[in-house]
Design a protein around this ligand. Structure first.
Ligand SMILES: Nc1ncnc2c1ncn2[C@@H]1O[C@H](COP(=O)(O)OP(=O)(O)OP(=O)(O)O)[C@@H](O)[C@H]1O
Ligand SMILES: [Mg+2]
Length: 487
């Protein structure tokens, strides 16, 4: 039985032959190559588990080969063969990702031991990969991306509550995916064939919300020309998402609580109660416990909702999911634009990974959608990212920090450098825009005195009409399209 595929790379024919003989006798499949280039070419056609390569060869050396191969997906395991006296290079190769090295002349016993150890490692990696895939399969929820343990916990809870009728409270900052989870719960429940109903308690004016939720009878109030079915009734035998429930007035909270307790609604101006069977999911980006303490959220309603709580972590606390989310959003944006998916450069990925994402997944999605449009069509590079992602890597510790606390920011200098004046100019422009061209306000945002800012406005010749005249820079244009912004 073939124990695995090995590629032997050496410019000496005798060396290749001897290795082929020994390894084939042990049950490994062996291919050979004379140069690094030939090795890469063979690797492109056929998958090798292990590569045994000489370090010094004509043309590209073994070191470059090690680097290229250990970057491949899946990465190949590489064992270096090197002459006496070149241990240094061998150590260097290990740093580049080589698995181990052998000193020439090769000793059969050593060779087989190291090869066998390499295959133990390969099996382990494969097992891990399989386990991870099984885990991801088990916890996968269609259209929701994430492998971080906190998202896996969310998926786990989602699967456990979906089939019950239990009320669910979803909390999390803006853009963390609360509505996405609510819809997924509905989709995985027995109610899935009925339409999901969502209402944003923040979007409806106070005087309309009661009739929106509970409906009204004809003539219940001026303008009530017809009988109107409320959203609770519309969601009968289905799921109702009360989004941004923290925005509900205390008065409406009492009415919602009664509905949850009695499982019936009464239309505005109506006398009869109508039985309903609705599964309630509530979502909020507020801390309801704090709202209870403050007296703006009813404690009894809070306990009624707080049966199962799904807390979505902010994106910055699960940044290991960013590469996966980025790939997903880019693929989607590319598909919409009718293009093949494109990779993210290392530099751009580093920025995506270090940015603090105040707008969470929604902001990441928006940033990448734009990046795809701005890109050269082959890759998403750091120049395609908006300025706040490029230059700010840490949020101020306090969102409303006092002026001068800007020292809490850390700016990442890209390896190829920046034009400091351009950056300064861009920040000043943004501050002026943000503060409606009031110099005193902009100065506060920048931690500058009025006079210093005035001086710089002159130095950079920044005037209001300037923007309209010249058009904003590329990064500014992205900003202006209204991406979520740090306040
Ligand atoms: N894990 C995820 N995988 C894929 N897309 C996601 C994920 N989380 C969020 N999104 C996407 O991010 C956007 C925001 O999600 P959603 O509307 O559910 O957030 P939200 O928490 O309800 O935000 P808000 O509080 O502002 O209403 C949506 O386009 C959603 O599809
Ligand atoms: Mg929402």
């Amino acid at each position: 039985m073939n124990k695995g595929q090995i590629l032997v790379v050496d410019d000496e024919a005798a060396q290749r032959d001897i290795l082929r003989t020994i390894l084939t006798a042990e049950g490994y499949g062996v291919e050979t190559a004379r140069t690094a280039a030939e090795a890469l070419e063979k690797g492109g056609h056929q998958q090798f588990d292990l590569i045994l390569t000489d370090l010094k060869m004509p043309g590209a050396d073994g070191l470059t080969l090690v680097r290229d191969l250990s970057r491949a997906e899946p990465p190949a395991l590489v064992i270096i063969m090197t002459g006496h006296g070149s241990q240094d290079t061998a150590e260097q190769a290990m740093k580049q990702g080589a698995f181990d090295y052998l000193i020439k002349p090769l000793e059969r016993g050593d060779l087989l031991r190291i090869v066998s150890r390499a295959f133990d490692r390969i099996r382990l990696i494969e097992e891990n990969r399989l386990l991870r895939r099984q885990l991801e399969e088990r916890y996968r929820v269609e259209g929701i991306v994430g492998s971080h343990y906190r998202i896996q916990e969310v998926f786990d809870k989602l699967h456990r509550v979906s089939n019950s009728n239990s009320t669910v409270l979803i909390t999390g900052e803006s853009g963390t995916g609360k509505e996405l989870i609510a819809r997924a719960i509905h989709r995985h429940s027995l109610r899935k064939d009925r339409p999901f109903v969502a209402v944003s308690c923040a979007a409806i004016p106070e005087n309309l919300i009661e009739s929106e939720l509970f409906g009204h009878e004809k003539g219940a109030f001026t303008g009530a020309v017809d009988r109107h079915q409320g959203l609770f009734e519309a969601a009968d035998k289905s799921t109702l998402l009360l989004d941004e429930i923290g925005e509900l007035s205390v008065n409406m909270q009492a009415k919602v609580l009664r509905t949850l307790q009695e499982r019936e609604v009464r239309r505005v101006g109506g006398r009869e109660s109508i039985k309903i069977d609705v599964r309630i999911i509530a979502a909020t980006n507020k801390n309801l416990e704090e709202e209870v303490v403050r007296g703006s959220f009813r404690e009894d309603l809070f306990y009624r909702l707080n049966v199962v709580i799904i807390a979505l972590p902010p994106l910055r606390e699960r940044s290991t999911d960013i590469p996966q989310l980025a790939e997903y959003f880019i693929a989607r944006a590319c598909a919409e634009a009718g293009r093949p998916p494109m990779p993210v450069t290392t530099e751009a990925m580093r920025l995506l990974l270090t940015y603090h994402w105040p707008g969470n997944v929604r902001q990441l999605e928006a940033v990448l959608q734009r990046a795809v449009l701005l890109s050269d069509g082959h890759k998403v590079d750091y120049t395609d990212l908006p300025i706040e992602v490029r230059f700010s890597t840490l949020p101020p510790r306090e969102p409303q920090a006092s002026p001068g606390a800007a020292g809490d920011y850390r700016f990442l200098l890209p390896a190829e450098g920046i034009q400091l004046e351009e950056v300064e100019r861009s920040f000043i422009l943004q501050a002026m825009e943000l503060s409606g061209w009031v110099i005193a306000k902009a100065a506060k945002l920048l931690g500058l005195s009025y006079r210093t800012l005035q001086y710089r406005l002159e130095k950079f010749q920044i005037r209001r009409e300037h923007i309209e005249e010249t058009g904003a820079s590329k990064a500014d244009a992205v900003e202006a399209e209204g991406g979520p912004r740090t306040s």
